[in-house]
Design a protein around this ligand. Structure first.
Ligand code: ZN
Length: 255
């Protein structure tokens, strides 16, 4: 078993996030890029065993998705996103994804996470990207569109199509111009009705930055409570996947 340091680092991060309530058994993924260029990752079943995993339960795949070190299971369905981020952002060496509850409240309304704390101010905008469009899956199932499934993945082509054809292009369009920010902090986003993703220089930063997003989301919800519930969030900002707070959709003193 190679990549022992990276494996142990991931296990520690998973343990911490589970303890803090930012990683739950409904899903999520953690990966790091080793000095070899290979990617050490949790697997599709990591969440379903309630994150009760050891270093041996992690897998390693190459930059193009070939299996390097096997585990009992294959890479999670969001591996196409991890591969794209590592390919396009040489400064990124760690990715954390979870269905953390407070940021998911915003993602479920198609909203990015507003910055309500000084800690999140330094990370810049946390946008919301739309997720897979049913027509994309239909095109794949009907054979009108072909999706290559890398060796490291066990998911069906129609399952990963949402990442390859919908999330990845939005991620690259938004964060491509912001790549230099990785020298200073991680970059985060939420996916509509799904969860939060952070990519950063190293795993500790990614975990810490995901916590910043979650704490700001929690604070925004508490602010909305103080403002009188949903009236604390402008009604025209909801139900618009892709809307961002930087469009002026939200103001902490909007009432
Ligand atoms: Zn997920």
């Amino acid at each position: 078993m190679g990549h022992e340091a990276e494996r142990n680092h991931i296990i520690r991060a998973v343990s911490d996030m589970t303890r803090w309530g930012t990683l739950d058994p409904a899903g999520g993924s953690v990966s790091v890029r080793a000095g070899t260029g290979n990617i050490v990752s949790t697997t599709a079943s990591s969440a379903f065993v309630r994150w009760d995993i050891t270093a041996r339960n992690l897998m390693v795949y190459g930059p193009e998705g070939a299996i390097v070190e096997r585990a009992t299971d294959l890479a999670p369905p969001d591996a196409p996103l991890h591969l794209a981020i590592y390919r396009e952002f040489p400064g990124c060496n760690a990715i954390v994804h979870s269905h953390a509850p407070y940021s998911l409240a915003f993602a479920s309304l198609g909203l990015g996470v507003p910055s309500c704390t000084n800690k999140l101010d330094t990370m810049g905008e946390v946008p919301c990207f739309s997720s897979d469009d049913p027509s994309v899956k239909e095109d794949v199932l009907a054979g009108r569109v072909t999706i290559d499934v890398a060796e490291c993945m066990g998911s069906r082509p129609d399952v990963i199509a949402g990442y390859v054809l919908t999330v990845n292009p939005q991620m690259l369009e938004h964060f491509g111009p912001r790549a230099a920010e990785l020298d200073r902090h991680g970059l985060g986003f939420v996916v509509y009705r799904h969860g939060v993703f952070v990519f950063a220089r190293h795993l500790d930063e990614a975990v810490e930055n995901l916590t910043r997003i979650e704490v700001s989301a929690r604070t925004a919800l508490f602010q909305a409570t103080l403002h009188g519930g949903i009236s604390g969030i402008k009604p025209d900002a909801v139900h618009h996947p892709g809307a961002t707070w930087s469009d002026g959709a939200y103001s902490g003193s909007s009432r």
